[in-house]
Structures are given as structure tokens and as C-alpha cells.
Write a protein that binds this ligand. Structure first.
Ligand SMILES: Cc1cc2nc3c(=O)[nH]c(=O)nc-3n(C[C@H](O)[C@H](O)[C@H](O)COP(=O)(O)O)c2cc1C
Length: 353
């Protein structure tokens, strides 16, 4: 008794006359033949493998091939287990949200241009296709209000924020000086630590932080790949917000691995600290069935990373948030499961060099 069915970790679409099977979970795409398509329909629900024919017969041979390619999966197999986890973790957010997320997850096949080649490529492109104007305006409309000088802070109760806002710039050159331990600790605590906790017997504890979070679910986690911090062994640390400290969880990545992880951007790989943001999907999924909740998670990475950048600026540190990354390598460095805790972004930290 061997039951098989079509895997649910893929999407299909037509392209150039071919029906494409896009296995977004394993980043594999191929065209399906008409025979394969009819066999997939047959196995749209669990059926005995033998129901398609005996070994050696044509349809059975195609089904065996589709099993080898993980298009069909066997009940109880590793692929079945993986599919079950995927469907559970992404729940009501559905196939469209899963597809969008995993289709944009980067694996080792992704390459990025180095800054010099990137500049040349875009300068060439701009000659053929000028870039769009970077601002929107309604030129037929008069300016109703001319904004006042926003640097007049005399009436502000907390003007220091504005100073940090205008001083923040992406920094891509760091000195070799290590970061003081208390600076790193204070920074992660401000960015991701609890301000207070509201206990609710019915819906559980709600942790409030410096950044807003949809439904106060706080799905984000913060990790630090430490290269150079006074008094801290180079390693991967996790910020345990409930325990108020950094947990050493893994050895540091080899330099070449870290460089691949950050899309060959040496200023990220060589910075004293690389903060890494992930999201524990379960926290948001428990509260929200709406697919928009996935977009909220991405927004929250923006909130928390901006808090890190502004805090770093206020501390006199340089920082840059980056997303031209290789997700698959970062997942390995952290030891996180991409199905349940995807990587969102990183922020490099150090004294400007
Ligand atoms: C979502 C996002 C992704 C980014 N990715 C990268 C990156 O991979 N590498 C990098 O060096 N900078 C990255 N940056 C920084 C931008 O290049 C930078 O913010 C922009 O050039 C404007 O400069 P400023 O930050 O000094 O205002 C990213 C910024 C954002 C918001």
C-alpha cells in the first residue's frame, strides 16, 4: 500500500506555451508534458501508486519520474513531512503568500554585482532607459502651505530625535575598533527589549517595545553575528528579550561563508557586529488569518531596523541595513528553519572608519 499525491509546495503557470511547475520551496522549475499534467490531476488527492498502472507501463513510468522529482510525494515521506510543516506554518495565509515569500527567498544560486560593476550597469541602463523621477507632484496645483523650517526645534519636548534622524546615514566603512559590550547590549535592548508586559489571562502576555507591532504580536527575533566586541567571544548570539541578555547559540561563520551570506558585501561581513532579523511566523499567524499579516511582518522589520539605525546614530556608531543577502546561507549560520522563521534583513554596526 503506497499512496501518493501532488505536492503542495509548488505553483503552476503558463509560459511560452509550456505549463511550468515552480517548486518554490526547493527553488526548482520545469515544464510539464501533457501526460504529466493528466497524471497530476489523477493524483490531486491521495491515491494508490498502483492505480496509475503496473511498473514498466508508460503512465506508471511517468509517475515514478514525477516522484523522483518531488512533484508527486509519498505518504509518510520526508517531502510529505516538509509539506505538512509548510502548510501548518503558513496556515490561512494560503498558497499566494507562501509563493510570494519563497519565490523571493534567495538561495546560493543568487549572485549580486560588486558596487563598481553595479554602478556601471546602472549608468549604462540609464542611457537607454532614464530612471523615473524620484518625487511625485501635482504641478497644476498651487502650494497651499509652505512647510516651516523643520530644524526649528524650540517647541519640541524631545528634539534629540531630530538630531539623530538627520545625522543617520548608511555607513559602509568601519574602523577595526571593537564595540564595547555595553553598547551592543544597550542597543539590542532598546531595539528589541520589553518596555512593559501586559498580562492577559485569556489571550496571553503582550510585550510592548520601542517599535509598534501589529496586534502587539512582536514576531521579530534579533540575532548578532559578533566579529569584534570587547569581552565577547566571536560567535552567533540570540537576543533573549525575556531574559534580558545575549545567548551564545552557535560558532561564528567562516569568513567566506559570511561573505556569501551577505551577498559579497565586505562592509557587512567585516563589520564588528552584524545584527540579523528573523520572524517567528507562528506569533502573527495565531492572531491574524488575513494575508496582509505577512506584509505587516515585513513592515515591522523596517520599524525595528530603523530603531536600530537611529539608536546607533545617537550612540555615535555607523550602521547600514541591508537585504541583498543569500537567505539560505544566513539560515544555516543561525540554524533557523526557513519554513517557520524566515530571515528578513541585517544591520551592520561599528565605529565609522
Ligand atoms: C530595504 C533596504 C535594503 C537595503 N539593502 C542594502 C544592501 O544590501 N547593501 C547596502 O550596502 N545598503 C543597503 N541599503 C541601504 C541603502 O542603499 C541606503 O539606505 C540608500 O542608499 C540611502 O542612503 P542613506 O541610508 O545614507 O540615506 C538598503 C536599504 C533598505 C531600506
Amino acid at each position: 500500500m503506497e499512496r501518493v499525491k501532488v505536492a503542495e509546495y509548488a505553483a503552476m503557470f503558463w509560459k511560452g506555451g509550456d505549463l511550468i511547475w515552480d517548486d518554490y520551496l526547493h527553488h526548482r522549475q520545469f515544464a510539464l508534458t501533457a501526460e504529466s499534467e493528466s497524471i497530476l490531476r489523477w493524483f490531486s488527492l491521495w491515491r494508490e501508486l498502483s492505480s496509475i498502472g503496473e511498473p514498466g507501463q508508460l503512465h506508471r513510468a511517468i509517475a515514478d519520474r514525477l516522484l523522483d522529482e518531488k512533484v508527486l510525494i509519498r505518504e509518510g515521506s520526508a517531502e510529505h513531512y516538509e509539506e505538512t510543516r509548510l502548510l501548518n506554518e503558513w496556515g490561512a495565509w494560503g498558497a499566494g503568500t507562501r509563493y510570494h515569500h519563497f519565490a523571493s527567498r534567495t538561495d546560493e544560486s543568487v549572485t549580486y554585482l560588486d558596487p563598481a560593476s553595479d554602478h556601471v550597469a546602472f549608468a549604462d541602463k540609464a542611457k537607454i532607459e532614464p530612471p523615473p523621477v524620484p518625487v511625485k507632484t501635482f504641478p497644476q496645483r498651487p502650494i497651499t502651505v509652505t512647510v516651516p523650517d523643520i530644524r526649528d526645534l524650540s517647541h519640541w519636548s524631545r528634539p534629540g530625535l531630530v538630531d539623530a534622524l538627520f545625522a543617520r546615514r548608511s555607513v559602509r566603512r568601519y574602523s577595526t575598533a571593537p564595540l564595547p559590550l555595553d553598547i551592543l547590549g544597550t542597543l539590542v535592548d532598546i531595539a528589541a527589549g520589553p518596555i512593559d508586559v501586559i498580562e492577559n489571562e485569556e489571550t496571553g502576555s503582550v510585550v510592548r517595545k520601542t517599535s509598534p507591532s501589529a496586534g502587539a504580536r512582536s514576531p521579530l527575533e534579533l540575532y548578532a553575528h559578533v566579529n569584534r566586541v570587547h569581552g565577547l567571544q566571536p560567535a552567533v548570539y540570540h537576543y533573549a528579550s525575556a531574559r534580558g541578555g545575549l545567548e551564545r547559540i552557535r560558532p561564528p561563520a567562516r569568513p567566506a561563508t559570511l561573505r556569501r551570506a551577505v551577498g559579497d558585501q565586505p562592509w557587512l561581513a567585516q563589520a564588528p557586529v552584524l545584527l540579523i532579523y528573523t520572524a517567528v511566523l507562528e506569533r502573527s499567524r495565531w492572531r491574524f488569518e488575513s494575508r496582509r499579516a505577512y506584509r505587516d511582518i515585513l513592515l515591522e522589520a523596517g520599524h525595528v531596523s530603523q530603531t536600530v539605525l537611529l539608536t546607533a546614530t545617537a550612540m555615535g556608531l555607523g550602521s547600514v541595513t541591508a537585504t541583498a543577502l543569500c537567505d539560505a546561507v544566513i539560515e544555516q549560520i543561525l540554524g533557523v528553519d526557513p519554513i517557520s522563521e524566515p530571515v528578513l534583513a541585517v544591520t551592520a554596526l561599528g565605529y565609522p572608519g
